[in-house]
Write a protein that binds this ligand. Structure first.
Ligand SMILES: *[C@@H]1O[C@H](CO)[C@@H](O)[C@H](O)[C@H]1NC(C)=O
Ligand SMILES: *[C@@H]1O[C@H](CO)[C@@H](O)[C@H](O)[C@H]1NC(C)=O
Ligand SMILES: *[C@@H]1O[C@H](CO)[C@@H](O)[C@H](O)[C@H]1NC(C)=O
Ligand SMILES: *[C@@H]1O[C@H](CO)[C@@H](O)[C@H](O)[C@H]1NC(C)=O
Ligand SMILES: *[C@@H]1O[C@H](CO)[C@@H](O)[C@H](O)[C@H]1NC(C)=O
Ligand SMILES: *[C@@H]1O[C@H](CO)[C@@H](O)[C@H](O)[C@H]1NC(C)=O
Length: 371
């Protein structure tokens, strides 16, 4: 699925930013043995997280639903629709990830019964995303937990986890561009084989509900880190997850990776392009197992170091586009423009014209590299 890039697209900031970054990319390509940028494959997906419905969710799986901030103007939030339209029409993006807390969907009732007043708002965001023509990832942002306890390992049962996915998949089963993100960032999971069983329960529920062909993202342990999924046993366990018919069509490995020194995505400066520690071994592992991955969270501060390393990371991902489907930046949506990893574009209310952040403008926007 190639993105059509028009050379007549307006540019929103000085062209020399583009050129200097492009020159850097070209010289780094020489290092990896490529003579021309035209030999880089296009990634299938370039995206941005449109956060907000997940606000209030903590890494222990508690979600304070009063802090959820629907990123839509009609609900008093940010202009997530305008942002997505801009990202698609001006930048060439083609996928958005729409995080939401499990507790928000069910109004704090454990299980799979969608709470209409809340779900209606999330459903509107998904439909708004679809209306831009992009793919839209439904992401339950609960760290494999509910209120401090782990799914299938002392917390919610696999049946309760399957129930929320059955409900969601029933709502979107006719939407070919909805992607099901089974769970955001599992971590500190005692038994990764049991966890793969929980993921299997979700996949079976999604397919049984009638969403038979959409992509489903399978998350491993260790915050779905691209640097460990191939070595920590959770990836090996996920390789066994299947569709009800026994095949693995559409089952994609979910990975996250930040570029700051501790891979936390909380620092303005970046220290690595992740090639040696993550993308190279991950790509080899995916190829050896005949699988593909999508990088659903990455990003950095709007600083020179992050621009440099994000461009290198993207170039390496493009070299491995047979197994790495693409990336989804963290984040836009309800974040403030001064958030350390902001990818929130700013609209000039007089002209209606959007300006992107530095990392988006220089590295992450498909428009940043027109070959
Ligand atoms: C949830 O968030 C609201 C708004 O920030 C706050 O007033 C409330 O105390 C929080 N509840 C809990 C249980 O932390
Ligand atoms: C989970 O935590 C939330 C927020 O503290 C609370 O409102 C809810 O009742 C808890 N749910 C369960 C099932 O314990
Ligand atoms: C995956 O399935 C194979 C075949 O059933 C089995 O031998 C292997 O132990 C399983 N691996 C994991 C990590 O569950
Ligand atoms: C980021 O790196 C720049 C250049 O080395 C430095 O001036 C700045 O203080 C760093 N910022 C932070 C928040 O560490
Ligand atoms: C990524 O960083 C490594 C050093 O860790 C370097 O060798 C490589 O050239 C960089 N990749 C790109 C595309 O610049
Ligand atoms: C919006 O655009 C107008 C016209 O180009 C310009 O005069 C104004 O300064 C811009 N506003 C902001 C906040 O950048």
């Amino acid at each position: 699925m190639h993105i059509l890039l028009s050379s007549t697209l307006p540019r929103t900031s000085p062209t020399n930013t583009f050129l200097s970054v492009k020159m850097k990319l070209l010289s780094s390509l020489a290092v990896v043995g490529l003579s021309a940028a035209s030999s880089l494959a296009q990634l299938a997906f370039h995206g941005v997280n449109i956060a907000g419905f997940d606000f209030g969710c903590a890494t222990d799986g508690y979600c304070n639903t009063t802090q959820a901030a629907p990123p839509l103007l009609q609900y008093g939030g940010s202009d997530g629709y305008g942002q997505m339209l801009h990202f698609v029409q001006n930048d060439g993006y083609n996928i958005f990830r729409l995080p939401v807390g499990w507790q928000y969907l069910t109004n704090n009732v454990l299980g799979g019964v969608l709470y209409p007043a809340n779900f209606e708002k999330y459903y509107t965001l998904v439909q708004t995303c679809l209306s831009t023509g992009a793919y839209c990832i439904v992401d339950i942002h609960n760290y494999a937990r509910w209120n401090g306890t782990i799914i299938g390992q002392g917390g919610p049962t696999n049946e309760q986890f399957a129930a929320i996915w059955y409900s969601l998949a029933s709502q979107f089963k006719y939407e070919s561009r909805v992607v099901f993100g089974v769970m955001n960032e599992p971590h500190d999971i005692p038994d990764v084989i049991l966890w793969a069983g929980s993921v299997q329960a979700a996949v079976t529920a999604i397919r049984t509900a009638g969403a038979t062909s959409q992509l489903v993202l399978l998350p491993g342990n260790d915050w779905t880190s691209a640097a460990t999924i191939w070595s920590d046993g959770s990836g090996a366990a996920l390789l066994n997850v299947t569709n009800p018919a026994g095949d693995k069509t559409g089952l994609i490995i979910d990975v996250h990776k930040y570029l700051d020194y501790d891979n936390s995505g909380t620092h303005a400066n970046c220290t690595t392009n992740n090639t040696v520690a993550a993308w190279e071994p991950l790509s080899a592992w995916l190829r050896a197992n005949g699988r593909q991955a999508l990088n659903t969270e990455t990003g950095g501060g709007n600083t020179a170091s992050c621009v440099e390393y994000l461009c290198q990371q993207r170039a390496y991902q493009q070299l491995n586009a047979d197994v790495i489907l693409g990336y989804v930046g963290w984040a836009a949506g309800g974040f403030a423009t001064d958030y350390v990893l902001s990818e929130v574009p700013v609209k000039n209310t007089t002209t209606g014209y959007w300006t992107d952040t530095w990392t988006v403008e220089a590295c992450l926007s498909p428009r940043a590299f027109v070959y």
